[in-house]
Design a protein around this ligand. Sequence first.
Ligand SMILES: NC(=O)c1ccc[n+]([C@@H]2O[C@H](COP(=O)([O-])OP(=O)(O)OC[C@H]3O[C@@H](n4cnc5c(N)ncnc54)[C@H](O)[C@@H]3O)[C@@H](O)[C@H]2O)c1
Length: 253
Amino acid sequence: MNLGLAGKTVVVTGAGQGQGSVEARLLVEQGCRVIAVDLDVQAPAELRGLEGPGELTYRKLDVTQQADWEQLAGQLAGETVHGLVNNAGITQRDRLAEVSIQQLHRVYEVNVAGALLGIQALRPLFARGSSIVNIGSVAGLSAHYPVAYTASKWALRGLGKVACMELGPAGIRVNSVHPGFIETPMTSGANPRFREATIAQTPLGRAGRSEEVANVVLFLLSERSSFVNGAEIPVDGGQTAHGGAQAISDALK
Ligand SMILES: NC(=O)c1ccc[n+]([C@@H]2O[C@H](COP(=O)([O-])OP(=O)(O)OC[C@H]3O[C@@H](n4cnc5c(N)ncnc54)[C@H](O)[C@@H]3O)[C@@H](O)[C@H]2O)c1
């Protein structure tokens, strides 16, 4: 489907693997000029040799480093940035009783401050029609066992709401996508029981694919979503829709 994104500049953070790399690839397929950023100096295998019609530039950018963002903004000065996908994120799976304040700070630094710094640095380059997509999580829609991660994703929602309110008058939209269990390197390291238990709570009965998240991100970056602003879209197979009622429904079958 042609989403009208050809020629647009879009920055995707955490694009070195997982969902970010798929978002970057699908944007190149839409003809975008993608600036894919991640921690490594070298472009990852996933992003090498992509065929157009768009083009991809990979660069090292740590989202927690204001200087990295300023450098990127300086290099793009005079251009319009159409889109920013705040996808970079880390997890932290310690439980309430064990997590340290240092771990909490670190998760906030990447998952919350990283997104704020990106929005601040690129704000002068956005124009009417630009679109920001924050990648939250189902952990930001309910309770979830990793406490620092959960708190950070709720905080990211708050940041998105404020950005939506402040940037809307300039014609810049800000939306959130909340993935459920998606097969990526992040989840491949999780306890297999986490996967099983999550799928048991997911009405579609399976894990999601990065493409299924990326397609929603592309929609939100495009004019097809021109009046969608401040929205929170779960891409979770229905995991958060039942609010825990699935176990009751199953028990009564
Ligand atoms: N996989 C899931 O099931 C799932 C579910 C809900 C939400 N999410 C969210 O989706 C996003 C992508 O997750 P994923 O599963 O693809 O994870 P992933 O770990 O596979 O990829 C995340 C990428 O972010 C990069 N990154 C981490 N810290 C960074 C920093 N400081 N600066 C720049 N890049 C940094 C990593 O290097 C990595 O390439 C994250 O925000 C994550 O919290 C994932």
